[in-house]
Design a protein around this ligand. Structure first.
Ligand code: IPM
Ligand code: MN
Length: 369
């Protein structure tokens, strides 16, 4: 039985404090419902470990945008820069054209606050069904570190002769030495401190085709590696990474990759760990304000029905605590999720099939903290 939190040992743990100010963005769809359960767990952990959390709500999201046209006002951004951390529910509204909220809110926060790491643990908890035959919790326990401020996500590019038969669309991947190097450095530190596995860092790229971008990544990888001789270096093309995540996920310890590949392989990761109901992630600025979220989206069709799975939000809360310097409290939450699942009381991780309501799952976890 291994209840070690996969997030434990993130680089440069912060000094703990006695109280923290946490901005809460419930967001759209089922965001408010899962955030409520996340906060339940956060408060239970804070009580147990004797520190205080003050939550400050921001009503950002699709509803506010529809009413006022506002996405992320500068004044709000200014306030978000001053909190200890941000807890986010979900962004995405059925009446808002795809791209607007994503770019104007989620990506803007990642970029403006320079949250250059997207940390996404892939961990199979006990009693959780994985689509991979014969794979057990000990086989699926790795972490993806996704670069979160560059690559194809910067919006660089443009159209030429748009809407004509001679149209040209260019979408450029931006990779800076600074951006790549700080991401790699974080990944090496993380791998070094994550002491429950093989201490292997896999660079996931596509050096055989993306001969500029991943040439830079590969050179930087080799250079930074000279400072981390205790970490085993490994490389896999992104297509092979997908194959192995399905065939032999036990191979991986920590994977570091660019923004786009990280986006894609972490959805695959979420599936093999039991689905979006359990997949959490952190948008981390190790020197600034980070933001934690369940990675599953707003699931509009389940809104208000008290049937959505809050475990991903709860796990995001655990990651948040670890990042702000309360790793033991984070481990308490993750341990409680482990126990809740091990108890067999949660029948499935899928919305509406848990055998318990959203609130009941949240109560169960909180009671185990
Ligand atoms: C994610 C999401 C976002 C991304 C979207 C909503 C912009 O898919 O967090 O993985 O692509 O990063
Ligand atoms: Mn994604």
């Amino acid at each position: 039985m291994n209840a070690t939190p996969s997030t434990q040992g993130a680089p440069a743990p912060k000094q703990s404090k006695s109280s923290y100010r946490i901005a809460v963005i419930e967001g759209d769809g089922t965001g408010p419902e899962v955030v409520r359960e996340g906060i339940k767990a956060l408060n239970a952990a804070a009580r147990k470990h004797k520190f205080k959390l003050d939550f400050i709500n921001y009503d950002l999201g699709g509803e506010r945008y529809k009413k006022s046209g506002e996405l992320l006002p500068d004044s709000v951004l200014g306030e978000l820069r001053k909190v200890d951390s941000i807890f986010l529910g979900a962004i995405g509204h059925p009446d808002v054209k795809p791209g607007i909220l994503e770019k104007g809110l989620l990506l803007r926060m990642r970029f403006e606050m320079d949250q250059y790491i997207n940390l996404r643990p892939v961990k199979l908890f006990p009693n959780v069904e994985t689509p991979l035959a014969n794979k057990k919790p000990e086989d699926i326990e790795f972490v993806v570190i996704r670069e979160n401020t560059e690559g194809l996500y910067t919006g660089a590019g443009g159209f030429l002769r748009r809407g004509t038969p001679h149209e040209v669309a260019v979408q450029e991947s931006i990779n800076t030495r600074m951006g790549v190097e700080r991401c790699l450095r974080y990944a090496f530190e993380f791998t070094r401190r994550r002491n429950n596995k093989k201490k292997m860092l896999t660079l996931c790229g596509k050096t055989n085709v993306l001969t500029y971008a991943f040439d830079l990544w590969e050179r930087a990888f080799h250079e930074v590696a000279t400072e981390y001789t205790d970490v085993k270096m490994d490389y896999a093309h992104v297509d092979a990474t997908c194959m192995w995540m399905v065939k032999n996920p036990e191979y991986f310890d920590v994977i570091v990759t660019d923004n786009m590949f990280g986006d894609i392989i972490t959805d695959l990761g979420a599936m093999i760990q039991g689905g979006m109901g359990i997949a959490a992630g952190g948008n981390i600025n190790p020197e600034g304000v980070s933001m934690f979220e369940p990675i599953g989206g707003s699931a509009p069709k389940y809104t208000g029905r008290n049937i959505i799975n809050p475990l991903a939000a709860i796990c995001a809360g655990a990651m948040l605590l670890t990042e702000i310097g309360q790793a033991e409290a984070g481990a308490s939450i993750e341990g409680a999720v482990y126990k809740a699942l091990a108890s067999g009381k949660i029948k499935s991780l899928a919305a509406g099939k848990m055998g318990l309501s959203t609130t009941e799952v949240g109560d169960l976890v909180a009671s185990l903290i």
